[in-house]
Each structure stands twice: as C-alpha cells, then as structure tokens.
Design a protein. Structure first.
Lengths: 427, 718
C-alpha cells in the first residue's frame, strides 16, 4: 500500500462555452484532447511515464467509446498507457481524481492524468424504442415486398426524437428532472425567487470580475482552424436583476421559482489535471498546486439530490475531522441557485443536522466571502462530466493567490448523491 | 538430361537470385530474392537465371502451373537495374532489351497457367514481368504499387509492356498509364483490370494457387478500343495535348504514343521490334540520360551516410505564416509531433487554418485518408507563450525576415531548448553565421531552407554557418531525409544557391520587360526552354514585394550583377503585388490567369521590343548558367552535381536538360562564353562570363567527366 498523499501538480481547462456556441463543433474527445495536450506542453511531462488516464464524461459519445482512451491516444500519449472513462453524473470530474488516489494507494501507479470532458452540444437525439424496432425490421428486409411493408409501418410520431439531453437530466427512479428536484428544495427550505436571482446575479458579477484570474487556468482552443476561443462565454457582466426577474419559471409553470437565469448553464468544456504521488512529484521537480487530503461520496434521496453535498460533508467531517469552518475556500457547485441556497441553509440548520445527518451540531455557516469567490456554474456553465475537476483546479489556484490553506469542493449529483473533496495547498 | 520429377528444389547456389519450390500439386513457385539487397531488380544475370528456370519448366511434363513472387518486404520487382542501364553501351542495351523480351515471351508462351503474386512495388520491368503472366494477383498493402514509369525517365516500356498492356486494358487506359507513368495502388489496379484479384499479403500465395486451378484465362479481345479508328482519334487528341504540355522537350511520350498505337495494327513480334527500336533511339538522346541520372541522384540523396543515429522525434516551428504552417503540416504528416508557436493566438489560429486546408487538399488528392489527416492535425500543438522546448529535438524558425527580430528569437531559443536541440532557420536571405553570434550556442544554429510550396518541393538547402558544428550539419541532413526531402549542403552566402541563381534571371526578365518586351513573350520563352513557369509569373506567385526585398538583399551583396528593377517598385506602389493581391504581372481570378493590363502601363523603352523569343530566352538562360557556375567557383556548393540537382529540385529547372551546368557541357562552354562575350560587346556588362566558365572554354574541359561520375557514384553508395 502506498501511503503517500496524492498531489495535483498542474491543471488546465478549455474555455467553457454555452451549448450551441463557440465550441459546439468540437466533440468531447476533441475538447479533452486539447486540454490534455495543453497540459503536457505546459508541464513538459514525457507522456510515456503516465500510469493511467482517467476521464469523467456523462454524455459519452457513441463514436468515441471509452472517451478517455480516445483522448489519450489523440493527445499523443503512447499506446501502452491504459485509460478508463468514469461516470458519477455531475461528480465525474471528482471521481476521476479520487480513483487516481485509490489506484495509487493500491500500488497501481504514481502518475495520472485525470479530468473530465463534456460536449453537451453533441448529446444525441434518440429514436423511440418503437421506431428503433421498425428500423431493425427494415434493415432485415430482403425482398422488395418486405422492404415496402417495413417502410409502410412508420408513422410520423416515430420521427420525433427523444432528446438525449432531456433524458440525461431526468432521474428515472424518482421520475423528477433536476430542475424539479430544485423546485422541491426551494419549497421545503423556503428559498424565494428573489434570493435565487440575487445569488445568480452575484455569480455573474464575481465571474466577470475574475475574468483575468480565470484566464490563468484556461488554454486556447482552435476550432477547425476557423477561429480561436480563449475565454468563457457564460458570464454576463451586464446582467441585471430586472432581466432575471422577467424570466419565466421553466420547470413548474404555475408557481415555480427556478428559471434559466438562476440555473447552471448547459455548457461544453474539458479539464485536465496532472496528479502524482507526492514522491513522484518531488522526483519530477515541480512544486504542486496542492494535495488531496480527504474525500467522500454519500447517497441520499434522489428527489432531493441537491442536498447531496451536506451528506458528503458530514462524512468527511466524521472520517477526517475537517469542519466546514476549517475551509478557507468553499466551492459548492451551483447546479441551481435554489439548490445551492438550500444547501447553505441546511448546513446551518440544527434540525436538519439531527434528522437527516444524525449529528448533534449543524455543519456550519459558510460566509459569502469564502463561497464560490470567482463565480460558479450559474455564470460559468456546467459541463457535467468536467465540472468536478474545474472546482478542484479553480480552488487550488485561488488558495495560492490568497496564500490560504484549505479548500473543499463539493457537488450534488443527479440520482441522489453528494461528493466532497478536501484540498490543501502545499507550502 | 534433367529429370524434373525428382528435382523438387533446384540447387540453391546455381540460382542465387530466384529460388524455386514445388507445391504438392505440381505448381512451381519462383521467388525473387536478390541477395544483399532490399529490392529485386532485373539485371542481365537475373534475366539469365529466369531463362534457365524456364528451361527446366518447359521440359517439365508434370508441371501444373507457375507462380512468380518475391521475398522482399516491400518490393515485388522494381524494374531494370538503372545503374547498368546508365553505363551501358548501345549494343549492350540492344542485347538487354532483346534478351528481356525473349525471356518474357518464353514465360508468356508456357502451356500452363502462370500467376504473378504481387506484394510491393512492381514497376517497369517488374510490371512487364507480371504482364507476361496469365493472371495477376496483388496484396492490399500500402506498399503495393504497379505501373510503367519509363516515360518519366525519357524511355518507354520495351520488354513487351507497350504491346501487352493495350491488349489487356484497351488503348485509352494503357496510354493513360504509359504516358503519365502513373503508378497504381492495389484498388485502382483492380478497378482498371491490371490485376485480377486483391488479397491480404498473408493469403497471396493461396489465392494465386486458386487462380491456377481456374486454368488459362479467356480474355475477350478489346476490339472496340483496339482498332485503327480509335487509334487515329487518340493520336490526334493526344498529340495535341502532349505537344502543348511538353513543348516538344520529351520525345519519350511521343515515341511511346506511336509504339502503343501501332501495336493494335501489328503482330506481337512486329510490336516488340518497334519497342526495341524506339527504346534505343530514346536511350541515345540527352534527355533520357539526364532524367535517368537525375533519378539515380535522387535515390542517392535519399540514402543516409554515416552511423545510424536516433531519429528526430519532437519538433517545433516558430512562426505560423505561410511557410511555417506548410513546414508544420509537413512534419505532422510525417508522424512528428510539432509545437507551433507565434506571437499571438490570432497568428497561430491563421496558421492552424492553413494547416487544416493543406490536410483537406491532401485528402482530396488521396495523399492521405481522413483518419491520417485528423491524426496529423492532432500532432500539432498550438502554443502562444511558454511552451517547454526542452524535449524538442529540432526547432525551425520561419518568422519575419528581419535580422534583429530573428536574433531575439534565437537568443531565447538557445536558452529555452535542451543542449542537443538543433536550432534551424528557414531564412532565405539572412546570414546564418551572423544569426548564430547572437545566441549562446552558435554550434547548434544551422540553415534549413525549404521551398514553396513545402508539400511539393523536395529540396532543402542545408546552410552551414561559420560556427555550425559538423555533427549538427550531419543530423540536419539526416533529418531532411527522415522527412522525405532531398538535402543539399550549401555555404552561408547571400541567397545560398537557388535564390542566388534565380535572382539575375528574374532581374533580367524584369529588365527585358522594362525595355519593351511583352510579358507573354518573356514567360513563353522560358517555358519553351523547359522551366515549369515563366519568370514574371514566378514573381507574381512569390509576391512582388518579396521579390523586391530579396533582390535588394542580394543587390547589396553582389552589386553590379544584380540591380533591382524599377518596375517592381512601381507595381508595389500600385498595389499590384502578384497573386496574393489578385494582380501583378498577371491578373489572377481564381484559376484563370490573364496578362494584367496595368503592367503594360509602365513606361518602357524599346530596346528589347524587337528581340525574338529565342533571343529573350538566351539572355535569361545565360545569366542562370553564369551564376550557377559562379556558385561552384565560390564553393557555395561542393560540386557541379549538387548545383544541378538543387536547381532542378528547387526551381524545376528543365529536368530533361539535367541542370544548368549539364546544359553548359551539352552546348559547350566555348559557345556559352562566346555568346556572353558577344552581349558584353553590345554594352551589356552584366553578361561578363565568370572565371570558371572562361577556363573551361579555354581548356575544353567539362563540368562532368565520365570517370569522376563513377567515383562519385562509388563514394556515395559506400
């Protein structure tokens, strides 16, 4: 067993762009390749020493089975380096990191390239099962008569595609889509529309102010040689609360509070991190950005998946003793403003601590100055497989700027889970 | 008397080139496996061996069939041995042709089914061998290429190919293949009927044996193609096309046309005799000599000399302009990762756009597949700032031609890169030696000059600076070969070799225009000489401003011989910069090119208006010859051969003339010097012949001596 710590040596991400805009022409494999390539160039690492490539992706492209492998080969990593793709919904980016840690502990390697890549623009449209059966029959038809009768069986409804994006964002077990779970939390934790919009506005404001800081973690993407994308296009500096107030609720028409403006944007992007055992990093000779000092994944009620972070944080406190107040920075993924605010309220609530978390004291209060200081997914966008890695990268960079010590990155996960990862800057 | 039935394997030592085995079913397999070589070629000894095998086979009553195949990794039979061809006397050639025809005819006359099982290159004589068989099966591998490229060497297929191919494929297709010398991959060969079936190389023999089981083929005579009417029509059309394209400089294609067309109205024997006579006539000519020599030179240039070193594995290109992008694309297409750097993301992005376009064009030309194109693009890592160059083996700079800027770049490069990184520059005008002084590692600085467009021009001038280490020069030469280019070492003088020789020539073209000659006449004169494009058109392609800049740089160095023509400055003022601006000496409208009327507006004198095209041609050609001779005199290149090779490969100088100095030998140095002196006598001082030319004219010596050629040949293949 390798009892070393896992350190994050360096990281880089592509710009995050709203679906259907600047990066829409690139598949998840292209985005991942660009990020890994940029990481290798920046660090000067010889790709032959990598022990494994682990990438998170939710909407795994049909034409790039095992996305991590495709990314690795296309980025020039030699054939002998194995690769695996991981999927823990929105926490896939974190999953890639913690799996690298577990491999290291098991003695299965010391140097890994991890991260996540997502092209939500390119999620497929699917035929209904009825239509798919009719296509299969048509394919099998040999004679002219068979073909004609197979074709005659199609109805207009068969050509109505099922939208992969919508399917992916709906939990089949509880029957609610993500936005509906956020509405549920908004009602139960009494998060008003105004509070949500204010939170969203703040996310945009902080992300816009942090533009130059964020540029440090971004590599340019050349889109089939046509133009170069160098910055996120999600944050809106000129966003006003009046504009947000005008938007209609999307998931519950009548009395809903969750709108497109106070929900995370649907976005394309990729993140790549170079992680190593601390010993290997010393041999490599580069001062790492930080170390992974603890993590947890916890399950919870799928219809209230937004509360996942609370369960995960409770676990990390129980296992490692890290209290929420120990964190100098908190990156709480803004899947929805309603969800993030519900988490903050839940963290302070003694009632919630006792009934749901089975502990005496609440988790704690998170001051706004520590929370998502450079903006969050509402402004920057949430390419689901990649976000976890972005939170790690951005919090480490900010720890360095503030010369602070510890950060926690935590996400809610569709299907009812929470993930939390604790990071410490290396002095 | 041989008893064939109990000789299952012929004695190996009496058949060193072609091994024979028998299958259990009585089929003989002859495997070509030339000792100590990676290729199979037909020299007289190999033909004689095949002849002896045929003796045994003809007498073997129990023979069921014959398969011809090769043991080499990527060559079936590559054709006649060109080295012996180049040195043979006419009698030896006649003997070789007649013997080859006889042997192949015996093969074709065998009563049993015969199959050529082709994996790898089957060109020229190798293809003719296959044509003499009943069936041809080929492997699906990339290495498999079949064709008759003899016309590209100024010859024609004379071992039965010009007769058998039209009978097999019909006149139109056969002519297309023979006249163009095009070489076909497996799929194309199958499609046009040149091969009968394709199979993976591991199954080739099995498939060949299946064919034998089918017996002899019953091929329909292609009477609807191979008749005198079609022949006459083709003659009319092709004659005109060929004349237009070759300006009468390549007699081989006309002779090949004649022989192939005649073949359909004559018997095989008559046609074979015609092939032989045509071949001998062509072999006597200067064009074929020069083309064969050029081919052998090219083959030599591809071979590495010296110990096998570690190949270059990682590269970087600084500057994403037209040349930088072209170089980066070439490296990436050859499997090398490239870091592409420029001063900002916009510049790099434009470079990436150029590279994507080059790959797309390559795909259209079938030079690469879609997957290869994407893999090539993946290899290019665009970088705008600090990209670690420590692991890079070879960096080449192709940025703006300003010495101060380049010095800064190289200073940084020397510090950023590892101790073994080669620091190359694509500069065409600046001094390598001076550039090197600005760095902390002058021994690693070398010139590596590509020609435009990178993907078409094979030449690279490797420029040796004063402090460039020998090791770096050798590694640079090896790298050029590694990426499929042909390197020539040149000294660090202004213009190196090619641009320096071109300059007086282009300046003269400009001057003739200023003196009243017409654009069309000037360019046509040089195309008729054998240049691929006229000088004024070349200026348009390169860019009038670029041409002026280079001229000025060289004028500084060479003063009176090269002066910048005023018309260039005038055109730059009018914005007529050439193709990139849409108009220069010509108006460029997409594909169409017409003479630009604006150019006619330049006020000219009339001294040159009455010069005929030959006179115009001679003026421009003489200056090229003179400058090339000077370059040898001043040891800008080591040998006349290097100079000629570079001029043909770098400018497309009439290949059938062998190069400027070969041409001087051909017309005679005395004649050249006399002509130049005549022009000097008319007041044109720039035509003063250089010392070397005058010496050769006086002594009757030539640039090339027969024995010297032999020595060089031995030295280079050692």
């Amino acid at each position: 067993m390798n009892r070393d710590r896992l350190v994050i040596v360096d990281g880089i991400r592509t710009p995050f762009c709203r679906m259907g805009t600047d990066l829409a022409a690139l598949g998840a494999d292209d985005l991942g390749r660009v990020a890994v390539n940029a990481l290798l160039t920046r660090t000067g690492l010889d790709p032959a020493v990598v022990d494994e490539v682990i990438f998170g992706c939710v909407g795994q492209p049909a034409e790039a089975a095992n996305l991590a492998r495709i990314i690795a080969l296309r980025a020039g990593i030699p054939q002998h380096v194995p690769a695996v793709t991981v999927h823990r919904n929105c926490a896939s980016g974190l999953e890639s990191l913690t799996q690298a840690y577990e491999r290291m502990v098991a003695g299965r390697g010391e140097i890994f390239i991890v991260g996540g890549a997502e092209s939500m623009s390119n999620l497929p449209l699917l035929y209904t099962p009825t239509a798919a059966r009719k296509f299969a029959k048509l394919n099998r038809a040999k004679t002219l008569g068979q073909r004609v009768s197979a074709m005659a069986a199609f109805r207009p409804a068969d050509f109505n595609p099922r939208v992969g994006l919508m399917l992916g964002l709906t939990d089949p077990v509880c029957g609610l889509n993500m936005g509906q779970t956020a509405e549920l939390l908004a009602r139960e934790f009494r998060v008003s529309r105004e509070e949500q919009d204010a939170f969203a506005l703040e996310s945009h404001r902080r992300a816009s102010l942090a533009r130059e800081k964020l540029a440090e973690e971004i590599c340019p993407v050349f889109v089939s040689g046509k133009s170069v994308v160098t910055a996120d296009n999600g944050p809106r500096a000129e966003q006003t609360s009046e504009q947000l107030a005008r938007l209609k609720a999307v998931f519950e028409r009548a009395h809903g509070t969750v709108t497109a403006g106070n929900a995370s944007q649907i976005t394309d992007g990729a993140v790549a991190l170079l992680v190593m055992s601390e010993a290997a990093a010393q041999r490599f000779g580069r001062k790492p950005l930080g170390a992974l000092i603890g993590y947890a994944y916890a399950g919870c009620d799928p219809s209230r998946m937004g509360l996942g972070p609370l369960f995960a944080l409770a676990q990390t406190e129980a296992r490692y003793g890290f209290k929420l107040s120990d964190a100098d920075l908190v990156e709480l993924n803004e899947a929805f403003a309603a969800q993030a605010l519900a988490v903050l309220k839940g963290a302070e609530s003694a009632e919630f601590a006792r009934s749901a978390l089975r502990r005496e004291t609440p988790l704690g209060h998170v001051p706004r100055e520590k929370l998502n200081v450079n903006g969050g997914s509402i402004a920057l966008g949430h390419p689901v497989g990649a976000t976890g890695a972005r939170l790690v990268l951005t919090s480490l960079k900010e720890l360095e700027r503030r010369q602070a010590r510890r950060a926690v990155a935590t996400l809610c996960v569709g299907g009812g889970q929470g993930a939390a990862v604790w990071l410490e800057r290396i002095l | 008397m041989n008893n064939p039935s109990d000789t299952s394997v012929a004695k190996a030592d009496s058949f060193p080139h072609i091994q024979r085995t028998m299958t259990a079913d009585g089929v003989c397999v002859l495997t070509f496996d030339r000792p100590d070589s990676s290729a199979n070629v037909f020299d007289r000894a190999t033909l004689a061996e095949l002849d002896r095998h045929l003796n045994l086979l003809e007498q073997d009553a129990g023979l069921k069939g014959l398969v011809l195949t090769s043991a080499k990794k990527s060559i079936f039979v590559a054709g006649a041995d060109l080295h012996s061809l180049a040195d043979a006397s006419l009698d030896e050639l006649r003997d070789l042709i007649e013997f080859g025809q006889k042997v192949f005819n015996r093969l074709a006359a065998l009563p049993v089914p015969t199959v050529a099982a082709i994996h790898g290159a089957a060109m020229g004589g190798g293809c003719e061998l296959a044509l003499a068989c009943d069936w041809r099966v080929a492997s699906t591998a990339r290495e498999t290429k079949i064709g008759l490229p003899e016309t590209q060497l100024g010859l024609l297929p004379a071992w039965g190919g010009s007769t058998r191919l039209p009978r097999l494929l019909g006149l139109p297709k056969a002519l297309e293949l023979i006249l163009s010398g095009k070489v076909l991959a497996g799929q194309s060969a199958l499609r046009c009927g040149l091969v009968d079936v394709l199979a993976p190389k591991e199954h080739l023999l099995a498939v060949a044996l299946l064919r034998i089981a089918r017996g002899k083929p019953h091929r329909r005579a292609l009477w609807y193609f191979n008749n005198w009417l079609v022949a006459d029509l083709l003659d009319l059309k092709l004659h005109r096309d060929l004349k237009r394209r070759t300006h009468g400089h390549y007699p081989a294609v006309f002779k090949a046309l004649e022989v192939v067309l005649e073949s359909v109205s004559s018997t095989e024997i008559e046609s074979f005799a015609a092939e032989r006579d045509a071949f001998l006539e062509l072999a006597r000519g200067e064009a074929s000599h020069n083309l064969v020599r050029l081919f052998l030179q090219t083959e030599r240039a591809k071979k590495s000399s010296g110990p096998d070193a570690v190949p270059v594995q990682r590269t970087a290109v600084i500057g994403a302009g037209v040349m930088g992008a072209g170089i980066a694309q070439w490296f990436a297409a050859r499997g090398l990762p490239v870091v592409l750097r420029d001063i900002g993301p916009e510049q790099v992005s434009r470079g990436m756009a150029t590279i994507a376009k080059l790959f797309a064009e390559g795909q259209k030309r079938h030079a690469c597949t879609a997957t290869e194109a994407r893999a090539g693009l993946d290899r290019i890592q665009p970088a705008t700032s600090e990209a670690s160059l420590a692991n890079v083996d070879f960096v080449i700079e192709a940025a703006v031609e300003k010495m101060e800027l380049k010095k800064q770049i190289f200073q940084r490069l020397a510090d950023e890169s590892g101790p073994n990184t080669i620091l190359a520059t694509n500069t065409s005008a600046l001094s390598i030696s001076e550039l090197a002084t600005a760095t902390s590692a002058p021994g690693r600085v070398v010139g590596f000059h590509f020609f435009n467009p990178v993907h078409r021009m094979q030449l690279v001038e490797v420029v040796v600076g004063r402090q460039t280490s020998l090791e770096v020069v050798q590694r640079a030469m090896r790298f050029a070969r590694q990426i499929g280019k042909l390197p020539v070492r040149v000294a660090d003088r202004p213009g190196f070799l090619v641009n320096r020789v071109l300059m007086p020539y282009l300046v003269e073209a400009g001057r003739l225009f200023e003196e009243g000659a017409r654009v069309e006449d000037i360019d046509a004169a040089m195309i008729e000489f054998g240049m691929p494009m006229g000088p004024l058109r070349l200026v348009d392609e390169v860019g009038v401003d670029v041409a002026q800049h280079v001229t000025r740089t060289l004028a500084d160095a060479f003063g009176d011989r090269i002066s910048t023509p005023k018309v260039l400055g005038w055109m730059i003022e009018k914005g007529a910069l050439g193709r990139k601006a849409g108009a220069g000496f010509y108006t460029h409208n997409g594909k169409s090119i017409t003479t630009n009327l604006t150019a006619h507006d330049f006020p000219t004198t009339f001294e040159a208006a009455r010069l005929t095209r030959p006179e115009l041609q001679w003026r421009m050609v003489l200056l090229m010859l003179n400058e090339t001779a000077r370059c040898v005199e001043e040891q800008v290149v080591e040998t006349a051969e290097d100079a000629d090779f570079a001029m043909v490969m770098g400018t497309g100088f009439a290949p059938f003339r062998g190069g400027p100095l070969r041409y001087v030998d051909h017309v005679g140095a005395e004649f050249v010097v006399a002509e130049m002196n005549r022009l000097v006598g008319l007041g044109l001082k720039r035509f003063a012949p250089c010392d070397l030319l005058r010496r050769l004219a006086a002594s009757g010596e030539k640039f090339y001596r027969k024995e010297e050629e032999h020595e060089q040949h031995e030295k280079r293949t050692a």
